[in-house]
Design a protein around this ligand. Sequence first.
Ligand SMILES: [Zn+2]
Length: 109
Amino acid sequence: MHELAITESVVASVRDRLGDARVLAVTLEIGRLSGVVADSVRFCFDLCTEGTPLQGARLDIVDVPGGAYCRGCRSDVELVDLIPLCPCGSADLDITSGQELMIRQVEVA
Ligand SMILES: [Zn+2]
């Protein structure tokens, strides 16, 4: 499961920065085009944080909509799924948002 590896690396990078500080909450930004399923991350978070200073921390997930610039009709379009296709029919798109997976904020006790 791909989300397990992702969640493990999120937990590892928080611990890298903060050591043994007790963590109360983690805010993650997950782009809609990242292919990462927020519910799976939530599930894995409980597993990955067990026995660490992050145990019991709240996980807030910010859903980032997908966006792209279409070279066909020269406009910004919103992408609702993983298929980059503009309503004008062009697939010549530059993805501008929605692929991120970022730790936005960590709240420490
Ligand atoms: Zn277009």
